[in-house]
Design a protein around this ligand. Structure first.
Ligand SMILES: Nc1ncnc2c1ncn2[C@@H]1O[C@H](COP(=O)(O)OP(=O)(O)OP(=O)(O)O)[C@@H](O)[C@H]1O
Length: 241
């Protein structure tokens, strides 16, 4: 298995708020790696660490074999991500958002135009693509942001709760896009609260609780929800005074 992104012994605290403790995680090429945990467990923070957006206090984060915090442009061209809900420029149309993302990831004008139209079709946003992002519904803005993350066909996608505002049709389309991406060898790190979706899609599952990795679960295992809550309960008992 080829490692695309990894963190080792990673620790991180916001001022006065310790968040991540001794985290080890590896994301492999061709795999969908789901990160699950309760609200505030540290999923987004860990994804930001994977993307080199914050400097770990201890340990390391590595992207394509290079330290994430100092990775060169060549590495970033291979990465697409969606973090948080405000991932579009409101003044730009959907199409312009996707084109800008493709250009920023190194595609020339011609390739970026082609990639933009292909992503618009892939995410079914033909009717929305000409409108300013600020005027789109939350779900359609999210579809534009997803199209922008996928357009340059990255080798690593980091997606923080990508289905949060999507309707069931869009969820099905995203599922197909995720699978297509892994079939061409991309690695995907995705956080989700939808355990049934995770069980259906993920190749690897990491559970994070209060900033610690408590387990890796088998997606083929029975009743992911029960496994998850048993783990959380056990971790709570361990932490209890
Ligand atoms: N910018 C920040 N400054 C200070 N503390 C922060 C900041 N961002 C997050 N935190 C804290 O870090 C902890 C982990 O937050 P994080 O957003 O990583 O959790 P999460 O697992 O993604 O949660 P959710 O499922 O609710 O999105 C929380 O206690 C949160 O309050």
């Amino acid at each position: 298995m080829t490692t695309v992104a990894s963190v080792a012994k990673l620790g991180f605290a916001y001022p006065a708020t310790p968040v991540l403790h001794d985290v080890d995680m590896t994301v492999h090429a061709g795999h969908i790696h789901a990160l699950i945990g309760l609200n505030g467990a540290g999923k987004t923070t860990l994804m930001r660490a994977v993307l080199g957006m914050l400097t770990p206090d201890t340990g390391t984060a590595t992207l394509f074999g290079q330290p994430a915090a100092t990775a060169p442009a060549l590495v970033w061209k291979r990465v697409g991500y969606l973090l948080g809900t405000e991932s579009t420029y409101g003044e730009l149309t959907g199409r312009e958002n996707i084109y800008a993302a493709a250009r920023l990831h190194g595609l020339d004008r011609h390739a970026a135009r082609q990639a933009t139209e292909a992503a618009i079709t892939e995410f079914g946003i033909e009717a929305e693509a000409g409108k300013r992002a600020a005027r789109l519904s939350m779900g359609n803005r999210q579809r534009v942001a997803l199209a922008a993350a996928f357009a340059h066909r990255p080798d690593l996608l980091v997606l923080d709760e990508p289905t949060i505002a999507l309707d069931p049709l869009a969820v099905v389309a995203l599922r197909r896009s995720l699978r297509d991406a892994t079939h061409r060898g991309a690695a995907i790190l995705v956080s989700s609260h939808h355990l049934d979706e995770v069980a259906r899609l993920a190749d690897d599952i990491t559970v994070i609780h209060r900033g610690r990795i408590t387990a890796t679960l088998d997606p083929g295992g029975t009743d992911l929800e029960k496994q998850f809550f048993d783990l959380v309960y056990a971790a709570e008992l361990e932490d209890a005074p």
